[in-house]
Design a protein around this ligand. Sequence first.
Ligand SMILES: O=C(O)c1cc(=O)[nH]c(=O)n1[C@@H]1O[C@H](COP(=O)(O)O)[C@@H](O)[C@H]1O
Length: 289
Amino acid sequence: MTHVDDGEHPPPATPERFGLRLHRALAEHGPLCVGIDPHRELLDAWGLPDSPDGLREFCAIVLAAATGRCAAVKPQSAFFERHGSAGVAVLEELLGQARRRGLLTILDAKRGDIGSTMQGYAQAYLGPGAPLSADALTLSPYLGYEALRPAVDLARDAGRGAFVLVRTSNPEAAQVQSVGRPSVAARVLAGVGHDNRGQEPCGDIGVVVGATVDLADEQLGLAEALAPVLAPGVGAQGADEHDVARSFAAVRGRVLVPVSRAVLGAGPAGVEAEVGRWAERLATALGRD
Ligand SMILES: O=C(O)c1cc(=O)[nH]c(=O)n1[C@@H]1O[C@H](COP(=O)(O)O)[C@@H](O)[C@H]1O
């Protein structure tokens, strides 16, 4: 639709790129991203009911602990979907509240499909004004990187981003992702790098590369792809801040480290201090810019 400049209604401002917003948040707060994964045992350990009300209370405490102490939060959609539409409503509230508190939101739903269905997921999670819209969405490229095109394009038009699975933190990942020369992971990374061309210092399309992965074997050109890197696996999955510093030295300033169980395990009384401790540990290990 062509915009008619009538002097009263200015044209809609072009949204600032996600990569730039993320880069600024990382410079200000360091690499910690608090993972919001309210699984049943955790709610129980927090003394909360395994219900939408329990979720809501959990999210309120975690958001208060994260605000001003980290760059982003990453809610895991599965733990909200478990509770049906009432749980999804809590996720919707959480995304809005996090945004209003100045936290970037990365919705972890690992979507990936074809054509009009991928377009539907993109509109649901990245569309401006969509109830479940986040700043970025995790995407699974196993129907082909190009199948993600509707999400990549909508994210960029809307000032949002995506994190595409490249080499995940789980032990089974190598069965698929490390196969071939160049590997599947390297081919996905090449697609991301192509989409980030010219987007110095940080592209809008990120990659997921586990902090548990021995990158010496993987031959991934992370620095050239300009991709922000979501590096899970710290804490409960065995990696620590020194692994992150060693593996991602070449992309310092673009690394976001989601920590979920290791932070949330501190319980409602300890979570705020634990967020602060992990923020400090990671910022110190990776060095401040
Ligand atoms: O996309 C992710 O965040 C993700 C990718 C990956 O390679 N490994 C991984 O554990 N995750 C997510 O990170 C969360 C687990 O974080 P921890 O509790 O810190 O281990 C879950 O929500 C996982 O889905």
